[in-house]
Design a protein around this ligand. Structure first.
Ligand SMILES: Nc1ncnc2c1ncn2[C@@H]1O[C@H](COP(=O)(O)OP(=O)(O)O)[C@@H](O)[C@H]1O
Ligand SMILES: [Mg+2]
Length: 1027
């Protein structure tokens, strides 16, 4: 809320009593206390401080940025922010209408607003937006140089009307703009009252040029040397530095992208006008000629035309009558009129051309233009204020008419419509009276009857019509109008000059206009000769400014619309534009006539407060509501803050929904329900609604994002799935084709001897490669099945053992008992072991103790130890352990050693029954199987059993070494073991050899010859292995 150091009351609505006096008291108090802004609700009343205020810095910008009007002391920033916010949040075009009389601070206000908007936008720092902002700000310097002048009311008075649209994108950043200019007061180019100046541009040029540049323009420094800049006798203004302004203007030109030839054309034109003003004429015989051709020369050079052509255009004119072209010499008066008309027209064209260039630079373009799907605008209207001079002419008439239109708009929107709306909506309401200036607008613009219509009629008249006759016609038609009078109509009124003046009672005061020049200014004629002259300029830019100069002389042209009519329609359009937008108002007040920062001229201010209708504004406002909105829109905006209305209200109309929401949030005391709209009295309520809403928005945004991301992912997922589907199909097709190939290649395998083992597989395509392994396995299994099916199921376990043995021994050892049935547990079989019962009994005990599942193998053995001592034992292999048993009661000699711990097997290639079971315990088991009485070969069986079991337990192959010499560990010592054929041996047995060698001597019958090994012993494979 407003700080304690506020002076008076920040919002006139809060006055205890609404009277003009109280209003004035508060305004004065605040002005004296240095507070220039005060609200009437959302209207900002601004009093020109006439001094630099320290309230526009960055800290103030951030104080107002994004805040509500009532949160901070009154400030024009708050209005700008409100307009921006409204535009951003509601997506509505808004406009800021700045009104007030000349010198009240409108132009300053519009610049402050633009600077504020520039300061709070483009947080993203986009380059194009920065450019646009820069152009927006810099365009002011140019427009003011060429469109502003010192008047007796304001040193920097805008002599044209300006309405600027700023385009925003959906983020609320400015992306372009457009300036509409209204009626430049071009008569100033040729005529200034005492104390006034021509447009700034002339003085900027003269004071800003260097000496050498001056020479190039053939100018002299002193404005008093030129007729067009010396009439006001006040070329020097304290508050203006023309020299440095010249630099600023030029730098703005550059910023806006004017080329150097364009800039020089602009200044050439200004110089040309200065020279032109000094052309005087002399009469010679029937004709009129420039008195000093040198001056004409200078102007011609600046226009890039020949001096002869210019001189001719100034002295005569060509007229076409009935197809014939004739020359007509000017009278002295016509020549002077022509010269001045040329100067005015050239300057006016130049100004319009400059505005056009600025607009081109501001045009919403490129990427930004495309992206701005929600293009909204803020319009800023800064138009010439109501003015009364000692002599008021056509221009003042137009300017004041313009102000009447704006006042009418204000009345329409703020006073009239508001009250009408309350009535329409059925809200209880006590009417507030106000003066409606519609009647004055009608006086000026009404068709057939209005001043402008009478003026046009007079201009249309073929005969010679004078200004005096015009006044007579007006007197006749407007007699009896409450707001119009003249000496003719009120002869007693000594203030009015007979046949020269008329008075209009404007809403802002009485203005006496001098009729002199009205007709000419309204007709605004420029001889065709000048248009042709300039169109033929060798300066392309000047030539392009005068396209109509290309027209054939003999061609009859349509009479151009008069200045008054053009102005009227531009005003009507302006009002239309403004009405289509949500308006915000800044009402400027001029505290005194002498530009004093301390003087509060009671009468002057009171007068303005009255005609601006500010007190009525307060009354309407006070009785009124800060905010109103259609129920549907209101609900749409705030439905998320009530559980009953989110996401949709279904229990009745929008009005019911609104009511439910308001009641849930406990704002019922502050609102009224109209027929179609809700009315909220205080801004604080609205603020609370907004806050509640913005707290919920992030959640909703996340929800939307979530849904959208989900959608995106689903789309993506579907695409991926489709791709997979296609890929799968393709792969299947490939596989199918490959299978067909396979099918063909393997068509006869069933009949083949090797069931297709030798068939070469066709090369698989890439996509099939991963499955080839499976296919091969399928084939292998099938082959296995084909082979195995010949063998009874019951024999398969044995077959498996034999295959284990085969893979360990094949090609290495001849005989390994593969053709024999493998019994395994030999000691349990009575015909092998007469003591089998004792064995079985012992094994059962052992089984109880060691919990093994089954016996895989048992046999009598002969073993040797580290002391070369041989002994008879029994060997027992269960599914987990290897045991040595004594041969009487078959008791285990020691704990069984786990099969997993076996590190390898060694055996000889011969028919002996030697087997070494290696372990890493330091004592290998060195045994010879005792296969009495059959003498069959059981080593192969034992190898098969151990390899198979080892494979099952450890999932890896057991290493099997076949040789007649190998190392074994006994008593932690590595000892060589040689299998040697000994003719002396009757039976195979162990004996010590040389050194640490253990010899396993086998009888000659065991020796079978064959491939040689390290000992040179021969084994006969063919015989031995097939045994
Ligand atoms: N907010 C302000 N701060 C300081 N000086 C101001 C302010 N508003 C107006 N002025 C002074 O008043 C002069 C006239 O203001 P201007 O905006 O040109 O009036 P208008 O456009 O209404 O004719 C400015 O040149 C400036 O000196
Ligand atoms: Mg201005």
């Amino acid at each position: 809320m407003a700080a304690q150091d506020e002076v008076g009351i920040v919002d006139f609505v809060l006055l205890d009593e609404i009277t003009l006096d109280k209003f004035m008291d508060n305004l004065r108090k605040r002005f004296k206390g240095g507070k220039i802004y005060t609200y009437i609700g959302e209207v900002c009343v601004s009093v020109n401080p006439y001094r630099t205020m320290n309230i526009y810095g960055p800290e103030h910008v951030s104080q107002y940025k994004g805040r509500e009007l009532f949160e901070n002391p009154p400030h024009i920033f708050a209005i700008a922010d409100a307009a921006h916010k409204e535009m951003k949040q509601q997506g509505r075009d808004t406009c800021i209408v700045i009104s007030g009389e000349s010198g009240s601070g409108k132009t300053e206000a519009s610049k402050i607003i633009m600077k504020y908007i520039a300061a709070v936008t483009n947080v993203g720092g986009r380059q194009e937006v920065e450019r646009v902002k820069n152009v927006l700000l810099q365009s002011n310097a140019i427009l003011e140089a060429f469109g502003n002048a010192k008047t007796n009311r304001n040193d920097n008075s805008s002599r044209f009307g300006k309405y600027m649209d700023i385009n925003f994108d959906f983020k609320g950043d400015p992306i372009g703009g457009h300036i509409n200019n209204y009626l430049l007061e071009k008569s100033r180019v040729i005529l200034q009252q005492i104390g006034e100046r021509n447009f700034h541009s002339f003085y900027q040029l003269l004071r800003g040029l260097t000496e050498s540049e001056l020479k190039a323009y053939q100018l002299s420094r002193d404005p008093d040397a030129y007729f067009y800049t010396q009439q006001g006798k006040s070329s020097k203004v304290n508050t203006i530095n023309d020299g440095s302004d010249y630099k600023a203007t030029n730098s703005a030109f550059k910023t806006l992208g004017f080329s150097s030839s364009e800039i020089s054309t602009v200044w050439n034109t200004v110089a040309a006008i200065l020279h032109l003003g000094n052309v005087t004429f002399k009469s010679q015989e029937e004709s009129t000629k420039p008195a000093d051709i040198n001056v004409v020369n200078k102007a011609a050079t600046m226009f890039s035309v020949t001096s002869g052509e210019l001189s001719k255009a100034l002295s005569e004119r060509v007229i076409a009558a009935r197809g014939e072209v004739m020359k007509k010499m000017h009278t002295l008066h016509e020549a002077e009129y022509g010269r001045d008309a040329l100067a005015k027209a050239v300057y006016d064209r130049l100004f319009t051309w400059i505005v056009g260039k600025i607009n081109a630079a501001l045009n919403v373009q490129g990427e930004l233009g495309k992206k701005s799907y929600m293009g909204t605008v803020i319009g800023v209207l800064d138009i010439y204020g109501f003015e009364i001079f000692d002599a008021n002419s056509f221009e003042q008439f137009c300017i004041n008419y313009c102000n009447e239109k704006l006042q009418q708009l204000f009345i329409e929107l703020v006073l009239k419509q508001e009250q009408e709306e309350y009535r329409r909506e059925g809200i209880e309401w006590k009417n507030v009276d106000f003066f409606n200036n519609q009647i004055i607008c009608d006086l000026v613009e009404q068709p057939h009857k209005g001043v402008l219509a009478i003026l046009d009629e007079a201009c249309l008249n073929v005969g010679k019509v004078t200004d005096e006759m015009l006044l007579e016609a007006m007197d006749k038609k407007l007699a009896g109008h409450k707001h119009y009078t003249s000496r003719q109509l009120s002869p007693m009124d000594k203030e009015l000059k007979h046949k020269e003046e008329f008075r209009i009672r404007h809403y802002a005061g009485d203005v006496v206009y001098n009729i002199d020049g009205f007709l000419d200014k309204n007709k605004d004629t420029l001889f065709q000769d000048f248009k042709r002259l300039l169109h033929n300029s060798s300066n392309k830019i000047i030539s392009d400014m005068w396209p109509e100069g290309a027209m054939d002389i003999t061609k009859t042209t349509k009479r151009p619309l008069t200045a008054g009519t053009l102005f009227r329609s531009s005003m009507i359009n302006l009002v239309k534009t403004l009405t289509s937008k949500e308006p915000f108002y800044v009402r400027c007040i001029k505290p005194n006539e002498v530009k004093s920062p301390s003087l509060f001229d009671e009468e002057r201010v009171k007068h303005q407060v009255c005609y601006l209708g500010l007190v009525e504004n307060v009354r309407v406002r006070r009785a009124g509501f800060a905010y109103r909105q259609r129920y549907d829109k209101f609900l749409k905006r705030y439905k998320m803050i009530s559980q009953f209305t989110w996401p949709n209200f279904r229990a009745g109309s929008d009005k019911d929904g609104t009511r439910v929401l308001i009641e849930e949030r406990e704002f019922a005391h502050d609102v009224k329900y109209g027929n179609t709209k809700i009315f909220i009295r205080s801004p604080a309520t609205l603020f609370a609604l907004e806050t509640a809403r913005s707290e919920l928005i992030p959640g909703i945004v996340i929800l939307l994002q979530k849904l959208w991301r989900g959608t995106l992912c689903r789309i993506q997922y579907k695409k991926m799935k489709a791709a997979l589907y296609i890929m799968n199909y393709y792969r299947h097709a490939k596989i199918r084709k490959y299978l067909e190939q396979l099918h063909y290649a393997f068509r006869d395998v069933k009949k083949m001897h090797d069931y297709g083992k030798s068939v070469t597989w066709p090369a698989p395509p890439l996509s099939v490669r991963p499955v080839v392994g499976t296919l091969r396995a399928v084939h292998a299994r099938w082959r296995a099945w084909m082979i195995l099916r010949a063998v009874p199921r019951a024999e398969w376990p044995q077959l498996r053992l034999k295959m284990c043995a085969a893979s360990a021994l094949k090609g290495k050892r001849g005989a390994w008992g593969q053709n024999r049935k493998w019994e395994g547990n030999y000691l349990a079989l009575p015909h092998y072991n007469h003591n089998s019962e004792a064995f079985i009994a012992s094994i059962n005990n052992l089984c109880n103790a060691d919990k093994f599942q089954m016996v895989l193998f048992s046999s009598y053995i002969q073993k040797t130890n580290r002391f070369n001592k041989c002994a008879d034992r029994a060997l027992l292999i269960t599914d987990s352990n290897i045991y040595k048993l004594e041969t009487k009661k078959f008791k285990a000699m020691r704990k069984g050693s786990p099969i997993q711990e076996v590190t390898g097997l060694s055996l000889s290639p011969g028919r002996d029954q030697l087997l070494v079971i290696h372990s890493n315990k330091g004592n290998d088991l060195v045994v010879a199987l005792n296969t009495e009485p059959s003498h069959e070969d059981r080593v192969g069986e034992l190898v098969g059993i151990l390899c198979n079991r080892y494979q099952q337990l450890r999932n890896m192959e057991l290493k099997v070494t076949v040789g007649s010499q190998f190392q074994c560990m006994l008593g932690n010592k590595s000892r060589p073991l040689h299998v040697e054929v000994s003719p002396a041996a009757q039976v195979a047995n162990f004996r010590p050899g040389n050194g640490t060698t253990i010899v396993y001597a086998v009888p000659t019958s065991y020796a079978l010859g064959g491939t040689g090994d390290q000992n040179g012993q021969q084994y006969n494979h063919k015989i031995g292995w097939k045994a």
